[in-house]
Design a protein around this ligand. Structure first.
Ligand code: SAM
Ligand code: DTB
Ligand code: SF4
Length: 330
């Protein structure tokens, strides 16, 4: 049950999706219990450090310059603003701080600004994650040197459906960036978005791509599309919530030791669907009332949900924590 596989054939993954719901839940939950402390969920907080005017054409995104979403463009945030946001996130109980920039790729000059941010957030005793678009090999090395813990770069969907969603960079570009991150020794955070009009086979193919990487991503964010007015995907049919839960379960079975993050889309998701996601093996969330440019559930709501479900937020190991100044509210 604990064996990590990297040779998943599509047919086997599709068979998992086709299981009766209860059988799939049972299987995924057993694998979850065998690999993780149950009833514990890792919490990360997001901050958009550079917002809008992105040259890419991702058809789900509020930040693409091609999408008329009315989003106000912002320059790269000053260091002190990043530090105060990270401090607030830490004081609310987040253990990881994820900084996102609306870039196709960072310039070396901007990367140095991010390097400073990573250092400052690490000094607060938090894990660090950044998502800055495509990276070259030397840039990944520079981030590793800065002490970055995770790099987020999503495959987003299947190779076959990808061209319907993004045309300004290829699937291979994304795989190359993941390879640079892995080779630099940074933990990989990579997942995708559901509810963009893809088929179940596309969802299976996305998970197959992730699970058949030579090392599984340590973190696998599964986003439910947040529909944004002015983007080509606004108004598309919503995914059946049980199909979302199924995808989480299959991710858990394919990548037994990876954190599976129930990511964007929770604001519109019922508490009951989220509860199923946790049962199916999701063990990480974004916490805090903002994602990058859209809303996330209020902290109070999440705290209440955790209490109702008997879930505890995961804490960092003692030795990686510097002296804490204030208590966590969770
Ligand atoms: N610009 C960088 C990039 O795309 O690599 C980093 C930031 S980008 C916003 C990070 C990820 O957020 C995307 O790859 C996508 O998976 C997710 N995302 C963006 N907009 C979303 C939306 N409206 N709904 C769900 N997920 C979304
Ligand atoms: C990920 O997979 N989801 C996050 C994070 N990685 C960077 C982003 C979600 C963005 C949701 C839409 C928005 O707030 O702009
Ligand atoms: Fe730009 Fe990232 Fe949005 Fe694509 S997902 S438009 S690359 S910010």
């Amino acid at each position: 049950m604990n064996e990590l596989r990297h040779d998943w054939p599509l047919a086997e993954i599709k068979d998992l999706f086709a299981l009766p719901f209860n059988d799939l839940m049972f299987k995924a939950h057993q694998i979850h219990r065998a690999n993780f402390t149950v009833n514990q969920v890792q919490i990360s907080t997001l901050l958009s450090i550079k917002t809008g005017a992105c040259p890419e054409d991702c058809s789900y995104c509020s930040q693409s310059a091609r999408n008329d979403t009315g989003l106000e463009r912002e320059r790269l945030l000053p260091l002190d603003e990043v530090i105060s946001s990270a401090q607030a996130a830490r004081d609310s109980g987040a253990t990881r701080f994820c900084m996102g920039a609306a870039w196709r790729n960072p310039t070396d000059k901007n990367l140095e600004r991010v390097v400073e941010m990573v250092g400052a957030v690490r000094n607060l005793g938090m894990e660090t994650c950044v998502t800055l678009g495509m990276l070259t090999k030397p840039q990944a090395g520079r981030l590793k040197q800065a002490g970055l813990d995770y790099y987020n770069h999503n495959l987003d969907t299947s190779p076959e459906f990808y061209g319907n969603v993004i045309t300004t960079r290829t699937y291979q570009d994304r795989l190359d960036t993941l390879e640079h991150v892995r080779a630099a020794g940074i933990n990989v955070c990579s997942g995708g978005i559901l509810g963009m009009g893809e088929s179940e086979t596309d969802r299976a193919r996305l998970l197959q791509q992730l699970a058949n990487l030579s090392v599984h991503p340590e973190s696998v964010p599964i986003n439910d599309l947040v529909q944004i007015k002015g983007t080509p995907l606004a108004g598309i049919d919503k995914l059946d919530p049980l199909d979302f839960v199924r995808t989480i379960a299959v991710a858990r079975i394919l990548m037994p030791k990876s954190y599976v993050r129930l990511s964007a889309g929770r604001t519109e998701m019922s508490d009951e669907t989220q509860a199923w996601c946790f049962f199916a093996g999701a063990n990480s969330i974004f916490y805090g009332d903002r994602l990058l440019t859209t809303d996330n559930p209020e902290e109070d709501h999440d705290m209440t949900l955790f209490k109702r479900l008997g879930i505890q937020p995961e804490r960092l190991a003692e030795e990686s924590m510097p002296e804490q100044t204030s208590g966590c509210m969770l």
